[in-house]
Design a protein around this ligand. Structure first.
Ligand SMILES: NC(=O)C1=CN([C@@H]2O[C@H](COP(=O)(O)OP(=O)(O)OC[C@H]3O[C@@H](n4cnc5c(N)ncnc54)[C@H](OP(=O)(O)O)[C@@H]3O)[C@@H](O)[C@H]2O)C=CC1
Ligand SMILES: C[C@H]1O[C@H](OP(=O)(O)OP(=O)(O)OC[C@H]2O[C@@H](n3cnc4c(=O)[nH]c(N)nc43)[C@H](O)[C@@H]2O)[C@@H](O)[C@@H](O)C1=O
Length: 322
């Protein structure tokens, strides 16, 4: 059994790699193949073809993507739609061409309509207008789901998709503008404490709600879905082999999140809002009942996860993506 893990240097791919290596250490026998972006550009169809034909893996986990928070998505829409469409089309098509029977594609909760009923069920896909700040990225992620479904329908492959909620944890991107909210706040509150600043500015109004899942839980969920027997997977995703939500089933407002990060970092000053920055979707809570019924549930609370991520940030100041 040989698994190609695309995106192993990223936050999610890194967590999946740690989990796979732990399973190898506990006696499971399989080979893991990885390539960094510098070694293999997944937007290059010919290079992806050659790599997959040469390696001929049994399974592929597609955790490589152009990823960023609300500002990055809103500022570089062409990069987000082009790179993600190319990566997905190349990896999924060339995996099929190389005879790969099993594949796991990672999408995102932003595939659902901006006004989808909450919590958002898998069936909400393609029922309404998308959130404007990340529509190009969401369209690419929807295309990834449809690529998997289409190869399954036409060619009988077993290509599955998981739709993660907002993720965070070790290996996250802590860039001040291009990151997601949680790493951005960890860095900003940390620097405010370090610099003795009396206030921290938060984008938007603080009222949007987000559901956060620790990346180690995401890694476990990814392998759980990939390894689920086909009849169980099909029973939960009829009529086609479609996508499954991954989340914790609870959300929090950005203000509540900011207060939590303030407390973890020891910040005691004022939290100020900048309403000139976009709020994005006001709420995107996943309905995770399908995954729960299948037998998977998260294990890391938001409080514990934020504490652990802050400790990781402090311990990896030299190498963290900032
Ligand atoms: N972070 C989040 O909150 C969420 C993430 N997701 C999804 O999870 C997946 C992983 O995201 P995450 O780990 O956070 O992202 P990261 O940015 O941390 O990692 C992305 C990885 O993709 C690789 N990559 C990007 N472009 C290319 C390319 N052209 N060729 C080869 N490799 C490439 C990077 O390689 P390298 O390091 O070598 O440059 C990196 O390892 C993505 O599909 C994302 O959409 C879904 C929902 C929420
Ligand atoms: C995972 C998901 O990530 C992106 O969507 P998003 O959920 O809107 O992600 P976000 O983490 O960037 O913001 C969440 C909320 O938080 C607020 N906010 C406050 N202060 C900061 C701040 O300092 N940085 C950021 N980034 N947001 C901030 C921000 O205004 C927003 O209201 C998608 O583009 C897409 O990539 C996707 O699928």
């Amino acid at each position: 059994m040989k698994i190609y893990l695309a995106g192993h240097r990223g936050m999610v791919g890194g967590a999946i790699l740690r989990e796979l290596e732990a399973r190898q250490r506990s006696g499971e026998e399989f080979e893991i193949v990885t390539r960094s972006h510098a070694q293999l550009d997944l937007t290059d169809a010919a290079a992806v073809r050659k790599f997959l034909q040469d390696e001929s893996p049994d399974a592929v986990i597609l955790a490589a993507a152009k990823v960023g928070g609300i500002h990055a998505n809103n500022t570089y829409p062409a990069d987000f739609i082009y790179e993600n469409l190319m990566i997905e089309a190349n990896v999924i098509h060339q995996a099929f061409e190389a005879g790969v029977g099993r594949l796991l594609f990672l999408g995102s909760s932003c595939i659902y309509p901006k006004q989808a009923p909450q919590p958002m069920e898998e069936d909400a896909l393609l029922t309404g207008v998308l959130e404007a700040t990340n529509e190009p990225y969401a369209i690419a992620k929807i295309a990834g789901i449809k690529l998997c479904e289409s190869y399954n329908r036409q060619h009988g492959t077993d290509y599955r998709s998981v739709m993660p909620t907002n993720l965070y944890g070790p290996g996250d991107n802590f860039h001040p503008e291009n990151s997601h909210v949680l790493p951005a706040l960890i860095r900003r509150f940390h620097e405010a404490v370090r610099d003795g600043s009396g206030e921290v500015v938060i984008w938007g109004t603080g009222t949007p709600r987000r559901e956060f899942l620790h990346v180690d839980d995401m890694a476990a969920a990814s392998l759980f879905v990939l390894n689920l027997p086909l009849d169980q997977y099909k029973a939960n995703t009829q009529p086609m082999l479609s996508h499954i939500n991954v989340g914790c089933g609870e959300d929090t407002s950005i203000l509540e999140l900011a207060r939590m990060v303030a407390s973890v970092t020891g910040f005691e000053g004022n939290i100020i809002f900048d309403p000139s920055k976009p709020d994005g979707t006001m709420r995107k809570l996943m309905d995770v009942s399908k995954l729960r019924r299948m037998g998977w549930a998260p294990t890391i609370s938001l409080e514990d996860g934020v504490e652990a991520t802050y400790r990781w940030f402090l311990g990896n100041a030299d190498t963290a993506r900032i």
